[in-house]
Write a protein that binds this ligand. Structure first.
Ligand code: ATP
Ligand code: MG
Length: 601
């Protein structure tokens, strides 16, 4: 475990370039040798394929120089051998290049995904909250695919084509400069026009792709809301709703595919011009004795070879734009500077006591109203503190600041006297166990979810944590016990079951500071009581912050802070606050009488 973990630490320090070209170059660097091999093999294959028409020319010359039929094989032995060698070499080089590509492609994909994902993991809480998880995952795979496509198109289409055209021009030059000029002129015009047409068709292709992903997105949304469709009997409505998006897709498809078809017409016409032009020109030059029959054969067969090579040039250009466009989109979204970063030379936090202090803290999420202004709270080591107050008063935000999910704009958050900005985030998060308000679970087994708290914990320790979290009973009653899958984000569990898994996970982590945000809010009061007793045992030597709406959850703690609009308005033990007769006392008597009513009922 430790070796893969340390390699992860080296991954995440990689700074990634933020322009598509530099980004691709960065990843070529990982497999330089392989790409160089592919390039050389491709060039070798192109040289062989271009020499084949030349070989044909040589054979034709020998044949046309009054060769006697019986001596044909004898005289042509060497030209024929050379011709065969060229044919075989072309195949071998092409296959070898493809072989190298097959080897490097999955590795390249793995590297890009790994590196980009490691970069994404370091983004701030704010970044992650502002983006759609699905969209980010989509960008990661788009970037990965984009890098592979860009390199494939460059290595297997564009570079070989340029080599083909240059070599063809050079060979024709040896025969006749006029032929070479015709070839060069045609190539330049053809490539330039293909490039321009592909550029113009790019937005159409993008619109088509956007229309496709919109209608797919609509289908996904509808499928995940099938229950709603059924409950509201909206089958027909959904049909026509989807229909409008499918119609738009059809319109976009006609536009994009129609344009591509026009490009294909242009390409085919250019092919005819090249074939006919070279043939007529070669014929004219041969007739006026300016070239021999070998050059004539070579130039006509070259034209055939080139036509087959350039057949899909516009399509390739278009795919190239798409791939680089995908990289650009992905890079723009993913490769932004990290917002919350470790200071250079930040040390690991080693909590010895567990004091927590918020000193003159000022914080706002954005440009809006600040959540905290001049907030001061000192929590001595080992104290158990309850945080209560109206919804939206800033309780969860306070915990986020302690975990440095956001940086404060003013003041300091200190753990054991150290500013949380001066220690590594990694060590900070290792020392604090958080049960969040909405515990998210991985779509993995219950055991894996709990093991997440401490990967090297033994099964006995896992079982102990499960017992303390009051989860043994329901886990045992599940079909696959510990190995049952919990569904996406834990949807196959009840709210209370999810909370107990989250509690077990944090108990296993056993960090010196424990923070709970409505950790037991979905539990019935009997189960809560049971877990509370267990939690009290393990809280013994820890500093603990407990956010709760149900006051009975925090009443027995050392101290209670009452929040109102980002300010601490009351501070003291349960008894002290009751005596004060303020907000807490009012809330307590209301909840107490509600509980009595319930008990009577
Ligand atoms: P509750 O008891 O309902 O959980 P809370 O006391 O935990 O409430 P917070 O979640 O801390 O309240 O929210 C405090 C304020 O900050 C709220 O007005 C909320 O709208 C705002 N807020 C919370 N999270 C964000 C965020 N990620 N971006 C912008 N504003 C936020
Ligand atoms: Mg909250």
């Amino acid at each position: 475990m430790s070796s893969s973990f340390s390699s992860f630490r080296t991954w995440n320090v990689q700074q990634l370039p933020s322009t598509p070209a530099a980004f691709v170059r960065h990843f070529i660097g990982h497999f330089k040798g392989w790409y160089l091999a592919i390039l050389l093999l491709q060039i070798a294959a192109v040289v062989c394929s271009i020499l084949i028409p030349w070989g044909l020319g040589q054979i034709t010359r020998t044949v046309s120089n009054g060769l006697e039929a019986e001596r044909a094989f004898e005289v042509l032995r060497w030209p024929l051998t050379l011709f065969a060698v060229l044919l075989v070499c072309e195949v071998l080089f092409t296959r070898a290049a493809a072989g190298c590509h097959i080897h490097v492609l999955p590795l390249q994909r793995r590297t890009v995904t790994h590196v980009v994902f490691a970069y994404l993991q370091q983004h701030s809480h704010r970044f992650i909250s502002n983006e759609f998880a699905g969209a980010l995952a989509h960008r990661v795979s788009e970037v990965t695919l984009g890098v592979n496509q860009t390199l494939s198109i460059l290595l297997f289409d564009l570079i070989p084509l340029l080599v083909t055209l240059s070599l063809a021009t050079a060979l024709l030059w040896t025969a006749s400069p006029l032929l070479a000029l015709f070839m060069a002129g045609w190539s330049l015009v053809f490539i330039a026009i293909c490039y321009l047409l592909a550029r113009r068709s790019h937005p159409l292709a993008q619109q088509y792709s956007a229309a496709r992903s919109t209608s797919t997105g609509k289908v996904v949304d509808a499928v995940s809301n099938l229950a709603n469709i059924r409950l509201f009997a909206r089958h027909a409505f959904e049909h026509s709703y989807l229909g409008t998006f499918l119609d738009k897709e059809v319109t976009a498809a006609y536009r994009s595919l129609g344009y591509m078809e026009r490009i294909r017409w242009f390409q085919t016409s250019c092919g005819v011009v090249l074939k006919l032009g070279l043939l007529l020109l070669a014929l004219y030059l041969w007739r006026s004795h300016r070239i021999d029959i070998a050059a004539f054969v070579m130039s006509t067969s070259l034209s055939l070879l080139i036509i087959s090579d350039v057949g899909n040039l516009s399509r390739r250009f278009l795919e190239f734009f798409e791939a680089t466009g995908n990289i650009a989109n992905g890079v723009r979204t993913l490769i932004r500077p990290h917002e919350v970063i470790d200071q250079p030379g930040a040390k690991a936090l080693q909590v010895k006591r567990g004091d927590i202090e918020f000193r003159d803290v000022g914080f706002s999420y954005g440009t809006g109203r600040p959540i905290f202004e001049q907030l001061n709270i000192v929590i001595p080591a080992g104290q158990k503190v309850g945080l209560v107050g109206a919804s939206g008063s800033g309780k969860s935000t306070l915990l986020s600041l302690l975990l440095r999910l956001y940086d404060v704009q003013q003041g300091q958050v200190l753990v054991d006297g150290k500013d949380v900005r001066d220690v590594t985030q990694h060590s900070l998060h290792q020392q604090i166990g958080l049960i969040p308000q909405e515990p998210g679970l991985f779509h993995r087994s219950i055991r894996e979810n709990i093991h997440y708290g401490r990967l090297d914990a033994s099964m006995d320790e896992v079982a102990e944590a499960i017992h303390r979290a009051g989860a043994s009973e329901f886990i045992d009653s599940m079909e696959h016990g510990y190995e049952s899958l919990v569904g996406e984000r834990g949807v196959k569990l009840s709210g209370g079951q999810r909370q107990r898994i989250a509690i077990a996970r944090v108990l296993l982590k056993n960090a010196p500071i424990l923070v709970m945000d409505e950790a037991t809010s979905s539990l019935d009061s009997i189960t809560e009581r049971f877990i509370q007793d267990k939690l009290d045992e393990i809280m013994e030597d820890k500093t603990v912050l407990v956010v709760a709406h149900r006051l009975s959850t925090v009443a027995h703690l050392d101290r209670i802070l009452v929040f109102d609009n980002g300010r601490v308005v009351e501070d003291g033990s349960h008894e002290q606050l009751l005596r004060q007769g303020g907000q807490y006392a009012r809330l307590w008597s209301r909840q107490f009488s509600d509980a009595l009513d319930e008990a009577v009922l």
